[in-house]
Design a binder for this molecule. Structure first.
Ligand code: HEM
Length: 283
């Protein structure tokens, strides 16, 4: 069945919109290449942009489950698989661009992957994501059984960590985007942990936002201190000023805080029925 249809085979407009949207970043990169805007190294620039989109899409696909419970919109889950497969497709495209950049010399590609640590990590993440993409069909869920399938697909968190490490390691100087993506990943993982333990109120969400903002600032300062020797306190202090740019930690704080009004909207849309005594969620 085409990805833009529902289980009955009828057109699902929301799925169609997401399906079309998934092509837009690749079309945008191709358009920039066509216009000569990726010069002087168009393929290398395309590798960067498609690599960034791979991580962004991975995070968007991981955000579906938390958002579904925050805004209480169950239909969001209809596009989770599509987003995940989209991320895999971008990862494969990123790899193919790399092979093209190496003049289609597969021997050279293989030896670079073995010799360069950041490429080894990227390649492991790619293999893992492809395995998840291949096993994402209904048939594979049936064949593997729900328990084994879930266990396998939980590796997506580890694969995302590997992707983030790969993007940090390849960065020459500026790690703004990897830091931002790491901060957002922390928000998603933090929400998962809170949700599992029953902390589903507004206060834990606000606390999560502050904690992840601070952690993001520490990750950034720690990275610069370790890689470039820049005084960590100076990098941390940069978070207090928005004159030049808004630092990733502030973005993370603002994005995570936006979950609070979203939760309120969700509660208005679909109020939770009273739970049996002893099963109330905390805060
Ligand atoms: C799931 C797998 C992968 C993900 C999510 C990923 C993601 C990324 C990201 C986010 C960047 C940085 C983009 C930027 O900051 O501008 C990047 C750069 C790069 N990646 Fe990947 N990547 C993956 C796998 C691979 C593989 C398998 C290779 C090749 C073997 C590769 C080769 C490169 C190269 C060459 C760069 C640019 C490095 C430079 O210009 O020095 N990546 N990747």
């Amino acid at each position: 069945m085409p990805p833009w249809t529902d289980r009955k085979g009828q057109l699902a407009p929301f799925k169609l919109v997401v399906f079309v949207a998934l092509f837009l970043p690749a079309i945008w990169v191709a358009w920039q290449g066509w216009q000569g805007d990726l010069a002087p190294k168009p393929v290398n620039e395309a590798i960067h942009q498609i690599g960034s989109w791979t991580v962004r899409l991975l995070l968007v696909s991981l955000a579906v489950t938390p958002l579904r419970s925050i805004v209480r919109w169950p239909r969001l889950v209809d596009v989770r698989r599509m987003l995940g497969v989209g991320a895999v497709a971008y990862a494969v495209l990123h790899f193919f661009l790399y092979i093209a950049d190496q003049g289609w010399d597969l021997w050279r590609v293989a030896s670079e992957i073995v010799l360069r640590f950041y490429l080894t990590i990227g390649f492991v993440a790619l293999l893992g994501l492809v395995a998840l993409g291949v096993t994402s069909t209904d048939g594979m869920v049936r064949r593997l059984g729900a328990l084994r399938w879930n266990r396998l697909h939980r590796t997506v968190y580890l694969l995302t960590v590997l992707s983030l490490v790969h993007s940090f390691l390849q960065a020459k100087v500026d790690v703004t985007e990897p830091v931002l993506m790491t901060g957002l990943f922390l928000v998603l993982m933090g929400h998962r942990a809170l949700h599992k333990r029953g902390y589903r109120g507004l206060l834990p969400l606000a606390g999560l936002a502050i904690a992840c903002g601070v952690l993001t600032a520490l990750v950034e300062a720690g990275w610069y201190a370790a890689r470039t020797g820049v005084d960590a306190s100076r990098v941390l202090a940069a978070n207090l000023s928005i004159d030049i740019a808004i630092r990733p930690s502030l973005w993370v704080l603002m994005i995570a805080l936006a979950l609070v009004p979203l939760r309120l909207i969700g509660e208005k849309r679909a109020p939770v029925r009273a739970q049996p005594v002893g099963r109330t969620s905390r805060a």
